[in-house]
Design a binder for this molecule. Structure first.
Ligand code: FES
Length: 162
């Protein structure tokens, strides 16, 4: 049986249409014409395709204050705060939504990961002055972007936010 990729597309003269493209036909088309020459308005709606890179995933562990571990598979480029909120990890409030303006996403980076995560930038450091019980490994989780280099990162949620 052929694998299919589902696309939705719209042309000037036609109504919106959904098309299931056989993957092998799509591959052949892409190889012969080059991906950029395929209709621009095609939008991948599901499944994966060899010409569209899948987002890389990494592991992130957030340890809540009560010791509960939240082991997450997260997208590279996302922040620790975004993943904590998305997964309802208790103790991360993130009132400013990641604008580095509230210090309610404070975490302690696990000692083993401190060097890899690095030090906060000046703005984050200023904001950390408003956090509760700041330690040498304190960071604002909205400023830590996941990447391959941080695969397996562990952070700890403090007793409370500011
Ligand atoms: S979410 Fe507000 S400083 Fe991180």
């Amino acid at each position: 049986m052929r694998d299919h990729c589902r696309f939705s597309g719209r042309s000037r003269n036609r109504a919106s249409a959904r098309v299931d493209w056989p993957v092998d036909l799509l591959e052949e088309t892409a190889l012969n014409s080059g991906w950029p020459r395929l209709p621009r308005r095609l939008v991948l709606a599901g499944g994966s395709h060899p010409f569209i890179p899948e987002r890389e995933m990494t592991k992130l562990t957030i340890v809540a204050f009560d010791g509960t571990r939240h082991d997450l598979d997260v997208e590279n480029g996302s922040t620790v705060m975004e993943n904590a909120v998305r997964n309802s990890v208790p103790g991360i409030e993130a009132e400013c939504g990641g604008a580095c303006a509230c210090a309610t996403c404070h975490v302690y980076v696990d000692d083993a990961w401190s060097a890899a995560v690095g030090a906060p930038e000046a703005m984050e450091e200023d904001m950390l002055d408003f956090a509760y019980d700041v330690r040498p490994t304190s960071r604002l989780s909205c400023q830590i972007k996941m990447s391959e280099a941080l695969d397996g990162l562990i952070v700890h949620v403090p007793e409370r936010q500011a």
